[in-house]
Design a binder for this molecule. Structure first.
Ligand SMILES: NC(=O)c1ccc[n+]([C@@H]2O[C@H](COP(=O)([O-])OP(=O)(O)OC[C@H]3O[C@@H](n4cnc5c(N)ncnc54)[C@H](O)[C@@H]3O)[C@@H](O)[C@H]2O)c1
Length: 428
């Protein structure tokens, strides 16, 4: 099949490379000059495990890059994967609308499927159809939310948990996209536009709410003596109603207290659904609380830092990306913590295996030798590289604040290392 993917971001590039690997011919359209130059030079604009291998294999064979829409009439279907950032007025649909306008400028009446993969607030796909598509009888518009997670995006795309097709048009219009997704083994759902859009927000808000839920209780156990939140969490995990097998960590990845969620999706999608509920005058205090608890996580973390670290020594901040196995720093909690520490006149360095710069702060690569010179550490991102910290023989006494409940307490038995985990009596 001949496929167009609009936007070579995290979702677009992964979609394009994975589909190009499935015997399709894929053209990726990107308007940002620096990005398209990199891509045409066979370079990726970001780090994502497994992507480079697919990209190199299919580059200029079944995977092509362009900065224009000239070729839209030669395509069978087009995925729109442009950003939908949140601003004060709500989710900004400008990039989606511009890409549709550019498609239509070049479009000559022929059968074509346009698929919205970007995350859009409920009601958007119907609105877009009414605004742009009603006079084009040969154009079909579908909503097909994407659930991949950065850091495991290629794997998630190739082995999805579910595929959702949202349509308010005739089901037979879905034939081609159903055929395209045939190699993927998972459950399919044919829903309305609105159900499909809500399903995406339902999922992201659910996982974000687990993080804030866990944090709410972690703040309490930090304020009391004798608490180890890992143990408290295990009591919940053993509840058979949750059906968590120990081999499948599922909820365990989200019901973990810490410094809160960042990244390009959870913060903007929870805000997006809050705004949608606001607009519809529907009670939304539960959703608002997810954000409130998340923003409190930074102040809570600062209290722990102030209690344990003095300003004369340099702190080593471990991790800049919003999560492990990614170099994405959008809404990373490290930037929030680093900015506050700077205001408070703390001195710090930031170490990250992939990120070179975050905001105005330069990062250093991870190096076991150079790390020995620090006495204070704050763990912000769960990079595997940091997991062996307990094995390092430090010259002096060391304090580690674990903001992700990443380290196993039992491994830190050495007298020289004091491990302080958020949620475990850190402020009692
Ligand atoms: N990043 C994720 O993990 C993830 C996961 C699931 C869903 N989503 C959703 O997918 C969408 C894209 O997210 P992302 O992280 O890939 O965004 P991104 O910002 O990384 O990429 C978007 C790309 O689209 C390009 N673009 C913008 N307007 C364009 C146009 N008119 N024509 C061609 N290219 C254009 C931008 O230059 C950019 O490279 C968002 O709605 C997001 O919520 C993201």
């Amino acid at each position: 099949m001949k496929i167009g993917v609009i936007g070579a971001g995290f979702v677009g590039l992964v979609t394009a490379a994975c589909l190009a690997n499935n015997k399709n011919k894929v053209k990726c359209i990107e308007i940002e000059k620096n990005k398209i130059k990199l891509l045409k030079d066979k370079k990726l604009p970001f780090y994502e495990p497994g992507l480079k291998k697919l990209f190199d294999k299919k580059f200029n064979k079944t995977l092509f890059f362009t900065d224009n829409y000239d070729d839209v009439n030669n395509l069978d279907l087009i995925f729109i994967t442009v950003g939908t950032p949140y601003n004060t007025k709500g989710v900004n649909l400008k990039y989606i609308e511009n890409s549709i306008k550019d498609i239509l400028k070049n479009y000559e009446d022929k059968k074509l499927l346009i698929i919205i993969k970007s995350t859009v607030p409920p009601g958007t796909t119907a609105y877009l159809r009414k605004k742009f598509f009603l006079q084009h009888k040969n154009l079909t518009l579908i909503n097909n939310p994407e659930f991949l997670r950065e850091g495991s995006a290629v794997d998630d795309f190739l082995k999805p948990d579910r595929i959702i097709f949202g349509t308010n048009q005739k089901k037979e219009n879905l034939k081609q996209v159903i055929r395209l997704y045939k190699p993927f083994k998972c459950r399919r759902f044919v829903l309305s536009y609105e159900e499909s859009e809500i399903a995406k927000y339902y999922s992201n808000s659910f996982f974000a709410s687990l993080i804030s839920f866990s944090n709410q209780f972690a703040y309490l156990s930090d304020s009391l003596p004798n608490c180890n939140f890992k143990k408290i969490n295990e009591t919940l995990m053993s509840d058979r109603r949750l059906n968590i097998k120990s081999s499948v960590p599922a909820l365990k990845n989200y019901l973990v207290p810490g410094i809160g969620f960042g990244g390009s999706c959870f913060p903007k999608d929870v805000l997006g659904i809050k705004k949608t509920l606001d607009n519809k005058k529907i009670h939304n205090s539960l959703i608002k609380s997810i954000l409130k608890v998340n923003s409190e996580a930074i102040n809570h973390g600062l209290k722990i830092i102030k209690r344990n670290f003095d300003k004369r020594k340099i702190i080593c901040i471990l991790g800049a990306s919003f999560k492990e196995n990614s170099d994405d720093t959008r809404k990373s909690r490290t930037i929030s913590i680093a900015s506050k520490l700077k205001q408070l006149n703390f001195k710090f360095d930031i170490i990250d295996p992939e990120v070179k710069k975050i905001g105005s702060f330069k990062c250093q690569p991870f190096n076991k030798k150079s790390i020995k010179r620090y006495e204070y550490f704050i763990l912000m991102t769960k990079w595997q590289e940091f997991s062996g910290l307990y094995k390092i023989s430090f010259a002096s006494n060391v304090k580690i604040i674990d903001f992700r409940n990443f380290f196993e307490v039992d491994k830190f038995k050495s007298n020289k290392i004091k491990l302080i985990s958020l949620g475990s009596s850190a402020l009692s």
